[in-house]
Design a protein around this ligand. Structure first.
Ligand code: GDP
Length: 464
């Protein structure tokens, strides 16, 4: 989606401008301490974009000039990384400073569209004239007063025009530039470490972009950037369901899931992390939760948390009184665990299983890399001709069970969507495929088109 990012040195009026464009005072969702809200974001519905103010990024108050430069560099590189359009705000009353010139130079290098906004042009007393503003090399300046509303309409129009222009430009580029964040959530029974994993992801070494306010009272979403194995920055959105934890103490897994589903945001989840406890093996409740997760049609990554405890128990020789009893070493336990998961829980073929520790951070980035990979798979287009051939072939090799004495015939198949993959099968009957036959076809399609870990659904279109 489209993102407009505000940059500029302190006190030029960035947050005033933010509030004016948002048409409200943004109240920041209260959250756990220790998470800095460096960047504030809000959705501008009538302009169809997300507005972000980088004002707090890299600032703690009382900065030296050198720290100010460092902070503004941070803001600018964040903007260049994430923005569709950058609003660069300068102070009309104060005039241009050396730092403004410096920021302008960085922005020119960034090659992202920039709209130069001269703020505090309240009563025509600004010290910056058109000629001087032009010298920043960022095109035509817009004179506004965030305080009094001067130039607001022109600014909205200019933002719209820039965004529309970049939509067209983006359409020709590859999917990779699409800034939509990858939405993830952790699910699992109480105490497996969901909150700890969330906190680990949101540690200060990763940039928290925003808490999107107003989603639901039960779930808070956190945006952050993750530099993947591919060295690229990947925007992530964590749907933190910690809020429903208390309620789930009483709830059964099914109730837990109906709560999850009722959260608007969960529908947007791209990849679900199902969390298990390394010291406890697969429990009955895990089975129920995993089963419900499967029904969500989302790719799943199985995360076995608290691996540090396993490691420590083997290192200290204290396995006797635990689930680790009888295992020679970590590796043997790991292999056994992995086998048990896939035997006892049905997951989409190729679903990744990762042993992690929220405590030590072990393999936490692998978890995110794995999500990036699955997410990429979901963008695949399955060529219809090959799909057809495959489905017909699979149906010949193992025919679907006859219905009411009639042979089940498949005529034609085509992909109707991804996220999740849906395939329409034109055949001589209506209804659903038997689950084990669905899995047979699913496994065939996954293998043929390399869709490991992503569920495939089939809709039957038939004669009555
Ligand atoms: P949740 O109910 O699934 O959100 O679980 P919590 O995140 O609240 O964790 C439950 C307990 O397990 C807490 O006491 C955590 O400190 C502990 N815990 C979570 N992750 C780890 C881990 O990776 N290693 C260890 N040793 N303890 C963990």
């Amino acid at each position: 989606s489209r993102s407009v990012v505000i940059v500029g040195r302190p006190n030029v009026g960035k947050s005033r401008l933010f509030n004016r464009l948002a048409r409200k005072r943004i109240s920041i969702v209260h959250d756990k301490p220790g998470i800095t809200r460096d960047v504030v974001a809000t959705r501008i519905a009538d302009g169809d974009y997300t507005l972000q103010d980088t004002g707090g990024l890299g600032l703690k108050g009382g900065e030296t000039p050198a720290q100010l430069i460092a902070a503004s560099e941070k803001q600018v590189s964040f903007a260049i990384d994430t923005a569709t359009l950058i609003l660069f705000v300068v102070d009309g009353l104060e005039g241009l400073t050396a730092l403004d010139t410096r920021i302008a130079a960085e922005l020119r290098k960034g090659k992202k569209p920039v709209l130069l906004v001269v703020n505090k042009a309240d009563f025509g007393e600004e010290k910056i004239d058109i000629a001087e503003a032009y010298r920043l090399g960022l095109g035509e300046p817009l004179f506004i007063s965030a305080e009094h509303g001067r130039g607001e309409t022109d600014l909205r129009t200019a933002i719209k025009n820039h965004l529309d222009a970049s939509d067209t430009a983006e359409a020709v580029e590859t999917q990779e530039d699409a800034p939509r964040p990858l939405c993830v959530c952790f699910i699992g029974r109480p105490n497996v470490g969901k909150s700890s994993l969330s906190n680990r992801l949101l540690r200060s070494d990763r940039l928290i972009v925003s808490d999107v306010p107003g989603t639901t009272r039960d779930a808070v979403t956190h945006d952050f950037q993750f530099r993947g194995r591919d060295k690229k920055l990947h925007p992530f959105r964590l749907i933190d369901t910690a809020g429903i934890k208390a309620a789930t103490k009483l709830a059964s897994p099914v109730e837990y899931f109906s709560r999850l589903r009722s959260l608007d945001s969960i529908k947007e989840t791209d990849v679900v992390f199902v969390v298990l406890d390394a010291m406890e093996g697969v429990t009955q409740q895990d089975k129920a939760i995993a089963g419900e997760a499967i029904k969500e049609h989302k790719p799943i990554i199985v995360v076995v948390n608290k691996w540090d405890l396993v490691h420590k128990a083997f290192a200290d020789g204290t396995t006797a009184s635990t689930a680790l009893r009888g295992f020679k070493n970590e590796r043997e336990y790991r292999e056994k665990y992995e086998k048990a998961v896939f035997e006892q829980l049905y997951f989409t073929p190729g679903a990744p299983l990762i042993f992690v520790s929220a405590m030590s951070g072990y393999e936490v980035s692998r978890m995110l890399n794995s999500a990036v990979k699955l997410h990429r798979v979901l963008d695949k287009k399955i060529p219809t001709a090959r799909l057809n051939k495959l489905i017909v072939h699979l149906a010949e090799r193992t025919p679907p069970p006859a219905v009411a004495g009639r042979r089940f015939r498949i005529y034609y198949a085509t992909q109707t969507s991804n996220h999740p993959f849906r395939i329409k099968i034109f055949c001589n009957r209506e209804g659903n495929l038997a689950e084990n036959y669905r899995r047979y076809l699913e496994a065939g399609v996954i293998n043929e088109f390399d869709l490991h870990g992503c569920p495939v659904y089939f809709d039957l279109v038939g004669k009555k």
